[in-house]
Design a binder for this molecule. Structure first.
Ligand code: NAD
Length: 350
C-alpha cells in the first residue's frame, strides 16, 4: 500500500494539502515535530472526512518526529515498511519560515531547514523514494531591483531563511544531476499564502509569534492585537505601502496535487515553478479589503521600513499555467472572507 509522506503536514499549508489529497483518494503519512503547529488539526481533518472516507485512520497517519533526528527517520521508514506501507512520494514542507527571526537566529534556521532536509533526502535515497515536491519560496529571488519574477530571474536571497531555501534547491539539483538513480523533483516557489479553508475549520494557527501579515490582520480583527504595523508608506507604489502577491492557501494546495500528478509519469525531472496569484496587492489595500468584506475595523500604525524589505514582490505564473495547468481560482476577497471565517470561529486557533 503506497502512501505520500508530508513533512510539516500539520502546519498551515501542510494541513490544507492533506485535505486536498484526501479528497483525491491519496493515503498520507504526516511527519511533524509540532514546533509551529499542533496535530489537533489532523484530528479535525479526520472528523471532517469521517463520513466520507472509509478507514480514515489508516489513510492519515501522524508521526511526531523531528527531521533533524536521522536515526529516528530511518526507524520510521523501516517501521512503515514492516507494516507494508511504502512511501513513494514526498511533499516536503517542514521548516522554519520567519524571515525576520532567521536574521536573529540564523544557525537555528540552517540547522532546522538544511540539516532536516539533508536527513530526509538521505533516507529517501536509502528507501528508493526519489519523487519530491519541495516548498521553496519567493525569498530566493533578488528583490532589490526587480518586481515581477519568473523562474529564471536572478537569485539573491536577502535573509538566512531565503538562503536556506536556495541551498535546499541546490542540494536537490545535485541529487538530480549526480545520483545513480533518477530523481523527480519540483520546487514550488510560493509567494504569500493566505486565507483558510472555506469550512472555517482549518486555517493558520502559528504557535510561534508570527510576523506574517495576514495572521496579524486576523488577530487584530479578533481583538488579540490592538493595531497592525505597516512598515513604510514611501515605497513609490500607488498608496505608498509595499505590494505583495497573495495566493489562497487552497489554491496552493491544489498546485501540490497537480505537481505530484505531473511528476508521476516522469522518468527524471528537475523543475522550479512559481506559485502566486500573479497580482500585486498593497498592504493597505489588503487591510481595507478585509475591513470591507468582513465589516470590521483594523487600526493601523505606520512605522519605518524594515531592513531587507522591498517595495514589490510578485509572481509571473505562466509556467504553472503552462506545465501544471494550474491557475488560482480564488481572489483577495476570498482570502479575506475565508481567513476571517476561520479566525472568528477559532479565536484561539486549534
Ligand atoms: P508552518 O510553520 O505552519 O508549517 C511548517 C511545519 O513544519 C510546522 O508544522 C512545523 O511544526 C514543522 N516543522 C518545522 N521544522 C521541523 C522539523 N525539523 N521536523 C519536523 N517538522 C518540522 O508553515 P507553512 O506556512 O505551512 O509553510 C510550509 C512551508 O512552506 C515551509 O517550508 C515554508 O518555509 C514554506 N513557505 C511558506 C510561506 C508562507 O508564507 N507561509 C511562503 C513561502 C514558503
Amino acid at each position: 500500500m503506497s502512501h505520500i509522506l508530508i513533512t510539516g503536514g500539520s502546519g498551515f499549508v501542510g494541513s490544507h494539502i492533506c485535505i486536498t489529497l484526501l479528497e483525491n483518494n491519496y493515503k498520507l503519512v504526516v511527519i511533524d515535530n509540532e514546533a509551529n503547529s499542533t496535530s489537533k488539526c489532523l484530528l479535525r481533518i479526520k472528523n471532517f472526512f469521517e463520513d466520507k472516507i472509509s478507514q480514515i485512520e489508516k489513510k492519515l497517519i501522524f508521526i511526531n518526529s523531528d527531521l533533524r533526528n536521522f536515526y529516528e527517520l530511518i526507524e520510521i521508514f523501516e517501521t512503515l515498511e514492516r507494516k507494508n506501507i511504502r512511501i513513494d512520494f514526498v511533499i516536503h514542507l517542514a521548516g522554519l519560515k520567519d524571515m525576520n527571526k532567521s536574521i536573529l537566529r540564523s544557525i537555528e534556521y540552517w540547522d532546522n531547514n538544511v540539516l532536516g532536509s539533508i536527513n530526509l533526502f538521505k533516507v529517501m535515497e536509502k528507501f528508493n523514494c526519489r519523487n519530491i515536491v519541495f516548498s521553496s519560496s519567493a525569498a530566493i529571488y533578488d528583490a532589490r531591483n526587480t518586481q515581477k519574477f519568473n523562474e529564471d530571474s536572478k537569485k539573491y536571497p536577502l535573509n538566512p531563511y531565503g538562503l536556506t531555501k536556495f541551498t535546499i534547491e541546490k542540494i536537490l539539483h545535485n541529487l538530480y544531476e549526480g545520483s545513480s538513480y533518477p530523481w523527480n523533483i519540483i520546487n514550488l516557489r510560493y509567494f504569500n499564502p493566505a486565507g483558510a479553508h472555506y469550512s472555517g475549520n482549518f486555517g493558520e494557527s502559528p504557535l510561534d509569534k508570527s510576523s506574517n501579515l495576514f495572521p496579524l490582520i486576523t488577530k487584530v480583527a479578533v481583538g488579540k492585537l490592538d493595531f497592525i504595523k505597516i512598515f513604510g508608506r514611501d515605497w513609490g507604489t500607488k498608496d505608498g505601502t509595499a505590494e505583495r502577491d497573495f495566493v489562497h492557501v487552497t489554491d496552493l494546495a491544489e498546485a501540490h496535487l497537480l505537481a505530484m500528478e505531473y511528476l508521476k509519469n516522469k522518468k527524471k525531472l528537475f523543475i522550479s515553478i512559481n506559485i502566486g496569484s500573479g497580482q500585486r496587492t498593497s498592504i493597505l489595500n489588503l487591510i481595507r479589503t478585509f475591513e470591507k468584506v468582513n465589516k470590521c475595523q483594523i487600526p493601523i500604525k505606520y512605522c519605518d521600513r524594515r531592513k531587507g524589505d522591498v517595495a514589490v514582490l510578485s509572481a509571473d505564473i505562466e509556467l504553472a499555467k503552462d506545465i501544471l495547468k494550474w491557475e488560482p481560482k480564488k481572489t483577495i476577497i476570498d482570502i479575506c472572507k475565508d481567513g476571517w471565517n476561520w479566525q472568528s470561529k477559532n479565536p484561539n486557533g486549534y
